[in-house]
Design a protein around this ligand. Structure first.
Ligand SMILES: Cc1ncc(COP(=O)(O)O)c(C=O)c1O
Length: 365
C-alpha cells in the first residue's frame, strides 16, 4: 500500500468517481435537513424507491415497509443477515472461491463455514451439488452464494438458482444470495440487463435473504450504503439488530441513494460498455500469455486466471509487485479452489490495463 507507482488492480472498485448528480443529491439532502436519525430499517422513501426498482427491473413485488432493511453497506447487510440466522456452533455452506467477508462473518457469529469450491466444467463454473449434499449435517443452517461472483465473474443462471433454492428448501436452510454485482452483467440483451435475482424464483415465505449495495453499480464505495431483502420475520429481527450496530445508514446518503436509483441508468450503461471492452481487452491479452488459462467471466469486474508458476499465489503476487509494480490479489485469499489463480480487477483506466498486461506478459516470459 505504501509503494509508489503501483498499477493497482487488486481492489474491487472502479476508478470512476461517484457521478455528480448523486453528490449534488447528498448536498441538497443536507441542506434540506436530512441530518437527523432515521428509522432503523432506513428512510421509508428509499425503501419505496427500492420496491419500485425491483418491480421495474425484475417484475418482483416487494413490500417496501416489511421486506427491506437499508444498511450502511453491503458488508453490513451480510453481517446482519448472517447474525440473524446463525447461532454459535451452527454450520454454513459457502460457495467458493468467494470474497472472504462471507466466511469471516460466519466465524464472527461463532459458527463454522464449510467451503464448497465451484468446479470449472468446460469453460463455465458450475455448482457441485454432490459436495453440497455431502456437507450437510444436523447443524447446517445456511448456504451463501455470490452471483455475479467475486472473484469468478460467474453468473448463476435461473436454472442454477432453481437448484440452489430446491436444495435449501429440502434441507430447511436459509439461502443467502450476495447480489451486490447484479448490475454488472454482460449476458443480457441490453448492457443494463441485470443478472437474474433469486427473488424472482423465491416466494415471499421462502427463507431467502438478498444482500445488496450501492457501491458497485453507482460508484459509491466510500458512501457505505446497501440493503437487505428478506422474509418479514427476518427483516423485523434485522431491523432490531441494526439499532445496536449502526442504528441506520447516514440520512443524507440514503436520500442520495434514492436519486441514484431514479437517474442512474445512463451513467451505468456507459460504465458497462467500458467495462465489457476492458474485460475483452484483458482476456485477449491473457490468452496470448504462456501458462495462463482464463475462463470468460459473465459478470462483475474481475478476471480469475489460473497461472502456471502461481501455485503459491501469495508469493507470485508479491514477486510480481516487487519486480513489476503490478498489484493483483492472490487467489488463495478467496478460499478453497482459489489457490493457483490471481484476481485482476479490470475496472481501471485502459492505459493502466494496457501497461499492466505488458508487464505481466514480460514477467511470465
Ligand atoms: C461479493 C461482495 N459482496 C459484498 C461486497 C460489499 O460491498 P460494500 O460493503 O462496499 O457495499 C463486496 C465488495 O467488494 C463484494 O465483492
Amino acid at each position: 500500500m505504501a509503494m509508489d507507482g503501483v498499477l493497482k488492480l487488486y481492489f474491487g472498485e472502479s476508478n470512476i468517481p461517484t457521478p455528480e448528480y448523486i453528490k449534488r443529491a447528498a448536498q441538497k439532502a443536507m441542506a434540506d435537513g436530512f441530518t437527523f436519525y432515521t428509522e432503523n430499517a432506513g428512510l421509508p422513501s428509499l425503501r419505496q424507491a427500492l420496491a419500485r426498482y425491483y418491480q421495474e427491473l425484475h417484475g418482483v413485488e416487494l413490500d417496501p415497509l416489511g421486506e427491506f432493511v437499508i444498511t450502511a453497506s453491503g458488508v453490513q447487510a451480510l453481517n446482519l443477515g448472517i447474525r440473524c440466522v446463525l447461532d454459535p456452533g451452527d454450520e454454513a455452506l459457502v460457495l467458493t472461491p468467494a470474497w472472504p467477508n462471507g466466511a469471516s462473518n460466519v466465524a464472527l457469529a461463532n459458527a463454522v463455514a464449510l467451503e464448497i469450491p465451484q468446479p470449472l466444467i468446460g469453460d463455465r463454473y458450475g455448482i457441485d451439488f454432490n459436495a453440497l449434499e455431502a456437507a450437510v449435517t444436523p447443524h447446517t443452517r445456511m448456504l451463501l452464494y455470490t452471483s455475479p461472483s467475486n472473484p469468478l465473474g460467474w453468473v448463476a443462471t435461473v436454472d442454477d438458482q432453481r437448484q440452489l433454492l430446491d436444495f435449501a428448501r429440502r434441507h430447511k436452510l436459509w439461502l443467502i444470495a450476495d447480489e451486490v454485482y447484479e448490475r454488472l452483467n454482460y449476458t443480457g440483451p441490453k448492457p443494463t440487463t441485470p443478472a437474474p435475482t433469486i427473488l424472482k424464483l423465491a416466494t415471499r415465505d421462502d427463507a431467502v435473504i438478498v444482500i445488496q449495495s450501492f457501491s458497485k453499480a453507482y460508484c459509491m464505495t466510500g458512501w457505505r450504503l446497501g440493503w437487505l431483502v428478506g422474509r418479514r420475520d427476518l427483516v423485523a429481527r434485522a431491523t432490531q439488530l441494526n439499532e445496536f450496530v449502526v442504528s441506520h445508514a447516514p440520512s443524507f446518503g440514503q436520500r442520495a441513494g434514492e436519486t441514484a436509483l431514479l437517474w442512474g441508468e445512463t451513467a451505468l450503461c456507459e460504465m458497462l460498455i467500458r467495462l465489457k471492452e476492458n474485460r475483452d481487452f484483458c482476456l485477449a491479452a491473457l490468452a496470448n500469455m504462456p501458462g495462463v488459462t482464463v475462463p470468460k467471466p459473465d459478470g462483475a469486474f474481475y478476471l480469475f486466471p489460473k497461472i502456471k508458476g502461481a501455485e503459491d499465489s501469495f508469493d507470485f503476487c508479491k514477486r510480481l509487485l516487487m519486480e513489476t509494480k503490478v498489484g493483483l490479489a492472490p487467489g488463495v485469499a478467496f478460499g478453497s479452489g482459489g489457490e493457483g489463480s490471481v484476481r485482476i480487477c479490470y475496472a481501471a483506466e485502459r492505459s493502466v490495463l494496457e501497461e499492466a498486461m505488458t508487464r505481466i506478459a514480460a514477467f511470465l516470459k
